[in-house]
Design a protein around this ligand. Structure first.
Ligand code: CA
Length: 238
């Protein structure tokens, strides 16, 4: 099963907020955290260990206009998808929200399946963008830069094209084993003459780079005739 993706819900309506948290937990793809004000959201985002893949942001917050808060987050360089929850679907409100850097909006009252579909759609776009960052064990993985950053030890690991492609494909598989032949086809192409031996060599080098102890692999595991990634292995306890 894929790791649930952390989502921050910023909404002052306590009933709506708890319904969203509950429903996202039932859905299983998301792990929701909540804030009732822009101030609380800001404090949560400022925590060095915090990571949110997307934000659901109410427009009418007690201490801020959600659109202004959205613009502030963009100015601070935060790139994750932001979906505005709007009270009124007045066109001007929506345009201002999108101008502030929101990726999408949904007018209240909304149906939950529609909200989830929009969150998924925005995450798909983001995952394929230059800005995408994934957590893999103790690392933050930026496929576009072919870079692993390990904040706890303040170090960076550079990956080759192929290593980055392997890691990205295994990450997308959501913790399920990927057969060698499929990985080979995905990374080198269906018509390549490369053999599984080449793949194994790349996996070996990748393990030397990312495994704290390459003789006892914890992140990149051999399983069921292929490989799988355990993206939560080696994470500091929450
Ligand atoms: Ca509100």
């Amino acid at each position: 099963m894929a790791t649930p993706r952390p989502i921050l819900i910023v909404e002052d309506d306590a009933a709506l907020r708890s319904t969203l948290v509950e429903q996202l937990a039932i859905d299983g793809d998301f792990a929701a955290d909540e804030a009732e004000s822009a101030g609380e959201a800001e404090a949560k985002l400022a925590n060095a260990n915090a990571r949110y893949d997307a934000i659901l942001l109410d427009i009418g917050l007690p201490d801020a206009d959600g659109r202004d808060f959205c613009a502030k987050l963009r100015r601070e360089g935060r790139q994750m998808p932001i979906i505005m929850l709007t009270g009124a679907d007045a066109e001007a409100d929506i345009i201002r929200g999108l101008d502030a850097g929101a990726n999408d909006y949904i007018a209240k009252p909304f149906r939950l399946p529609e909200l989830l579909a929009r969150v998924r759609a925005q995450l798909r776009v983001f995952d394929n963008s230059e800005d995408a960052v994934f957590t893999v064990g103790p690392y933050l993985f930026r496929p576009s830069a072919k870079l692993l950053m390990e904040p706890a030890r303040n170090r960076k690991i550079r990956l080759t094209d192929k290593e980055s492609a392997i890691l990205k494909f295994l990450y997308r598989a959501g913790g399920k084993p990927v057969p060698r032949q499929i990985l080979l086809n995905e990374v080198w192409g269906y018509n390549s003459a490369v053999t599984t031996h080449t793949l194994e060599t790349h996996i070996y080098r990748l393990r030397q780079k990312i495994e704290p102890d390459p003789s006892h692999t914890r992140l990149l595991l051999t399983e069921a005739g292929g490989y799988k990634l355990d993206p939560v292995a080696g994470n500091p306890p929450a």
